[in-house]
Design a protein around this ligand. Structure first.
Ligand code: SF4
Length: 227
């Protein structure tokens, strides 16, 4: 949820709108993982909210759990994350001079079956929800203690098969985490008839489409990866 949604949601819960602003600050700026960490909220309300446990447990607020971290010599950091329903996804933080790029996954597995890709071999389990995409950027920020400057949708999955969640995640990264659309790249192997939908929905959802679109070689035919 963005700021306006959180304010509305707080009011629906019988709280003043500023509680939504506090939640927004703790979720995005402070990177809280559980409701019990958001101590600025009244204890009675927190207890009321945890009375009916969401899928990830009573204090779950939409963050994935880090299962494993691998750090390469150049600082590139790969995280294995567990979603609330037990799936695992990978995300990678790639440092370079003056920038940190996060390579995010958009699906659990992938149905495109590119012959050079290990993810494609397992097929598709499901598409990721918006919070599961945004969480990857927050997780890399925490792991590398650096604010990400760029995001590329180049991890597990084909983003054009999950257009609505990908665009909502871009919206969230720009509005709630202060990134610019020009710092975001959506990489696709090319899914027939999806580009007009992407363009149309991007203009509707984001007002303007300024992120970069990278189109790779055709899957199955090419022996190379992204280009
Ligand atoms: S689209 Fe990407 S994730 Fe999916 S099989 Fe091809 S290279 Fe792998």
């Amino acid at each position: 949820m963005g700021l306006a949604q959180l304010e509305r949601w707080a009011e629906q819960q019988g709280q003043p709108a500023f509680r939504g602003r506090q939640l927004h600050d703790w979720l995005y700026a402070k990177g809280a993982h559980r409701l019990d960490q958001i101590t600025v909220l009244p204890r009675a309300w927190r207890e009321q909210l945890t009375a009916s446990p969401p899928p990830g447990g009573p204090d779950w607020i939409g963050r994935s759990r880090e299962l494993r971290r691998s750090i390469a010599r150049d600082g590139t950091t790969k995280l294995l994350l567990a979603t609330a329903d037990g799936h695992t996804i990978e995300t990678v933080g790639i440092p370079a001079e003056g920038r940190l790029t996060v390579c995010v996954s958009s699906q659990v597995g992938c149905p495109m079956a590119c012959r050079f890709c290990a993810t494609g071999k397992g097929g598709l389990q499901r598409s990721l929800a918006v919070h599961e995409i945004v969480d990857q950027v927050l997780s890399v920020r925490e792991a590398m203690e650096t604010r990400p400057s760029h995001v590329v949708f180049m991890g597990m999955g084909e983003p054009l098969l999950n257009i609505e969640a990908v665009l909502a995640a871009i919206d969230c990264l720009c509005t709630d985490l202060g990134m610019a659309q020009r710092q975001i790249t959506v990489s696709t192997v090319g899914v027939p008839k999806t580009l007009p939908t992407l363009a149309e929905r991007a203009l509707e959802r984001l007002g303007r489409a300024q992120f970069t679109l990278a189109v790779s070689c055709m899957p199955r035919i090419s022996g190379c990866g992204r280009s």
